[in-house]
Write a protein that binds this ligand. Structure first.
Ligand SMILES: [Zn+2]
Length: 511
């Protein structure tokens, strides 16, 4: 035991302070000292600890901390619980467990691997771990965001919170001892051939640190895979691509215009935008992305700007100086300056793909106007606008026929017809029931949800109406006359086809 006097007093922590620093109980501290796992010094009867010894202990890994705090059986139980969730998502621990992680020390790592694989398997975007103190109950809540919805997956013992946060901090290269400031970093987990890049964010809260992990998708699906193979969006992309191929590098006709992909949170806007890019991608294109939030790992060759210390609008302005062919812009978020820049970028001969939070395909056009972008500029450069929705697919094994109540059916019939779809008299509707195969949900799992779209191509008829100042209602009517149904109408059609329920359509789409 070294002498205490040689060091200034403020460098040393008391037992209580050290316990707080490590987030363990005082009795755990005594046990660690007994077992010789932690170095301490005696000043008279009092224990004193050097910060560097505590840090050295912390760096031995989250597993050491976890095991100091709770019996191994608890950790085993959590591993089993996540394995069960994996099975529900149609995945298995065989695909995610790392055989190199053996013994007790590897269990926290294994737990993290299973959680991330669960997120990956159910097509989730974010994983949240937060300490919760509720009347008489304390736990760590694990939630996943899947298709925009936040779902509680598990309540873990609170004693696991700190080790899990530590494990993440180490993986993301964050300062393990920093607990009072927000930190951000990135990590990547590999599962065989599959790479899962992640963005890790930790913020201090009243009850401890809250962790959020975002999965950044790497596999860009095709429009076909997304069920949008027959969509006008596909047609726009094919036409745009044809334009480039026909003219070649020296040609004068260029890939240009503005495609707006809209929808509520979790409707797959970023995914569809990435799929569009995939349709277009040519090796000799200069593609640049400007986003507040990195939503996708685009293929190599696409320059992704990290918006930091400058605004998205400034970013768009800046990339114009980089001779781009295609510009990807993050959400417009009603920012008038960004809307202006985007319109100007399209006008100056670039193809711009951007997203907007919206519940239909027509209102974003009018929002552009409100942002102060000129009507003529919009009419000249917008190619089309698409609005996306995600619907749950009924479980085929248990769905049951049900005749909707007459008043309700009448209401739905009227709205669908206004949206461009006539319900056939012989239509049969189904409701969810719940069975073993769908884990009592009545609907298929997350991976089986499907996208529907409402969209319009900015045809010459529509342009003329827009230029003479047609109000949104009239414009909508013209869009329907051109044969483009509303998302409600498309949803009802999917219900008639037996893919989903009327309840699901009404819950997700306003009519
Ligand atoms: Zn079922």
């Amino acid at each position: 035991m070294s002498s205490v006097k040689s060091r200034p007093e403020q460098d040393l922590l008391s037992l209580a302070e050290a316990a707080e620093f490590l987030c363990v109980s005082k009795s755990t501290m005594y046990r660690l000292l007994d077992q010789g796992k932690l170095r301490g010094m005696k000043a008279g009867k009092q224990w004193r600890f050097r910060k560097e010894d505590l840090l050295a202990y912390m760096r031995r890994g989250p597993a050491a901390l976890a095991l100091a705090n709770l019996p191994i059986e608890v950790l085993e139980a959590e591993l089993a619980a996540i394995a069960e969730e994996l099975a529900k998502a149609g995945a298995s621990t065989d695909d995610c467990d790392d055989p190199a992680l053996v013994g007790e020390a590897g269990k926290i790592s294994q737990l993290v691997r299973r959680m991330v694989w669960l997120l990956h398997s159910c097509w989730g975007s974010d994983l949240h771990l937060e300490p919760i103190w509720e009347a008489g109950e304390e736990y760590t809540r694990l939630r996943l965001r899947v298709h925009g919805e936040l779902r509680e997956v598990r309540r873990l013992p609170l004693a696991l919170h700190e080790p899990l946060v530590l494990e993440w901090k180490q993986r993301a290269g964050l300062a393990v001892e920093e607990r009072s400031r927000p930190q951000e970093g990135s990590a990547r987990l590999t599962y065989g051939e599959t790479l899962v890049p992640l963005r890790v964010s930790v913020v201090p809260t009243l009850y401890g640190e809250r962790l959020a992990v975002r999965a950044i998708p790497t596999h860009v699906p095709t429009l076909e895979e997304l069920g949008l193979g027959d969509s006008p969006l596909r047609e726009w992309m094919t036409q745009l691509k044809g334009l480039v191929l026909a003219t070649g590098p020296a040609g004068s006709a260029k890939l240009k215009g503005l495609v707006l992909i809209t929808g509520p949170t979790g409707s797959g806007k970023s995914t569809v935008r990435a799929a569009c890019l995939r349709e277009l991608a040519e090796r000799d294109h200069n593609i640049m992305a400007v986003e507040d939030d990195v939503t996708y790992m685009f293929p190599p060759g696409v320059a992704q700007l990290k918006v930091k210390n400058f605004t998205c609008a400034e970013g768009v302005q800046a990339v114009l100086g980089q001779d781009p062919d295609v510009i990807i812009v993050g959400e417009l978020k009603g920012d008038p300056e960004l809307a202006q820049r985007v319109a100007v970028a399209a006008e100056s001969g670039h193809l711009v793909l951007t997203c907007q939070h919206a519940y239909d395909s027509i209102s974003p056009l009018y929002e552009f106007l409100e942002s102060g972008v000129k009507q003529s500029l919009l009419a000249a450069h917008i190619i089309g606008i698409v609005n996306l929705r995600i619907l749950r697919r009924l479980c085929d094994a248990c769905k049951a026929e049900q005749v909707p109540e007459e008043g309700l059916l009448e209401e739905i019939r009227t709205s669908a017809e206004a949206g461009g779809y006539r319900i056939p008299d012989s239509a049969v509707f189904y409701v969810p029931v719940g069975c073993d195969s769908c884990h009592g949900e009545g609907y298929e799992g997350y991976a089986d949800r499907f996208a529907i779209e409402e969209c319009f191509t900015f045809t010459s008829t529509l342009k003329a109406a827009f230029l003479r100042g047609a109000p949104a209602e009239e414009f909508t009517r013209l869009v329907r006359e051109e044969g483009q149904p509303s998302s409600f109408a498309v949803g009802v059609q999917k219900a008639v086809e037996g893919l989903t329920s009327l309840e699901e359509v009404m819950r997700r789409i306003a009519h």
